[in-house]
Design a protein around this ligand. Sequence first.
Ligand code: ADP
Length: 166
Amino acid sequence: MHNRKAVYPGSFDPITNGHIDIIQRGLKIFDNILIAVLENPNKRPLFTTKERVKMIQEIFSDQKNVEVKSFHGLLVRFAKENNAKVVMRGLRAISDFEYEFQLALMNRKLDPEIETFFMMPNVKYSFLSSNLVKEVSMLGGCLKGLVPEAIEARLKNKTYNSYKKL
Ligand code: ADP
């Protein structure tokens, strides 16, 4: 049987326990997961692409079947170049659905050979987003249980420094 590989694309600014939950579920289904970190200067990310890639690599350092790369341009092209036929996405709530539906059908039009695969996280992460995590960190709130400790430390550092610049 051939190797089943999925691409999991996103901004991951930063990665949260919700993303990690989806990746762990995905590993039960796919042999390899390629985490694709979107280079999105227009979205003005808090962490640079390099930082986002490095943080994820550290989290999965002892898992050989998880790879992390940055990408720009068309996702379906990136998937094909990396021999993946599946795009994995997480669905938190109904609010994610409309956008994800559009994206999945657009990607199917662009490349009918690529399928999108959706999974729901543990309900305790279904309210969690990178944006909310950044906001809470900026305001000095506790993120225990929502992001790995190393990420919380990085966030504190970053948001403290960006606060100082204001
Ligand atoms: P965005 O598209 O908003 O930049 P992200 O880059 O944060 O989203 O996320 C990438 C993927 O992970 C998307 O499919 C998104 O729905 C999913 N995701 C994000 N946060 C969670 C979460 N807490 N639980 C499950 N899936 C999530």
